[in-house]
Write a protein that binds this ligand. Structure first.
Ligand code: CO
Length: 165
C-alpha cells in the first residue's frame, strides 16, 4: 500500500508528465496503486495521489467491481454536452464531498499496462470518475469546483488536512 497524498501537498497541484515507456517501475507503481485503491475503498486513484507525477490513473470497472481499469497517458476523445450534478469525494480529501457538474458520457483513449491502445466509453459514475482522475493529472482538484458556501461548510476539515500535509 502506498501513502495517499492529501490536499495541501504540492504534488497534487503539478501537471503530471507523460509516460514514455512502460517499464518494471511503471508496473510496480500500478500494482501498488491497485492495492492502495482496494484498501482505501476508493473508486479511482491517480499516480500523483501516491506521489508520482506521471499520467496514469486506475478506476474500478462499473460493470465488474473486482476489475480495475488502468489508463496510461489518457486523452478524452469525446465528451457529452449533457451534464449532471452529483456529490463527489476524493481519497486526497477524506470525508469531504463537493457537488460537481460533470459530463454524463466520455470516450477515453489511452494505453493499458501492456502498452496496448485502449478506447473506453463510460457513462454515469465511471464517466464521472474518469473526468475526476483526468483532472488530477493536470493538478486540478475537487475543491476547484466548490462554491464559497461549500468551502465554508468544510472549512475546519480542510484546514486540518492542509496542516497535516
Ligand atoms: Co481524487
Amino acid at each position: 500500500m502506498r501513502k495517499i497524498r492529501v490536499y495541501g501537498e504540492d504534488i497534487l497541484r503539478r501537471c503530471a508528465t507523460e509516460v514514455k515507456n512502460i517499464d518494471g517501475k511503471t508496473i510496480r507503481l500500478i500494482r501498488g496503486m491497485k492495492q492502495t485503491l482496494k484498501q482505501s475503498h476508493g473508486l479511482g486513484l491517480s499516480a500523483p495521489q501516491v506521489g508520482i507525477s506521471e499520467r496514469i490513473f486506475i478506476a474500478l470497472d462499473d460493470k465488474n467491481r473486482d476489475r480495475i481499469i488502468t489508463v496510461i497517458n489518457p486523452e478524452i476523445l469525446t465528451i457529452s454536452k449533457d451534464n449532471e450534478i452529483d456529490m463527489e469525494g476524493c481519497l486526497s480529501f477524506p470525508e469531504i464531498y463537493f457537488s460537481i457538474q460533470r459530463a454524463k458520457k466520455v470516450i477515453l483513449k489511452g494505453y493499458n499496462e501492456k502498452g496496448k491502445e485502449i478506447i473506453i466509453e463510460a457513462k454515469g459514475i465511471l464517466a464521472r470518475c474518469f473526468q475526476h482522475e483526468m483532472d488530477h493529472l493536470d493538478g486540478k482538484l475537487i475543491i476547484d469546483y466548490a462554491t464559497d458556501e461549500e468551502k465554508k461548510f468544510w472549512k475546519e476539515k480542510l484546514e486540518k488536512l492542509s496542516k497535516s500535509s
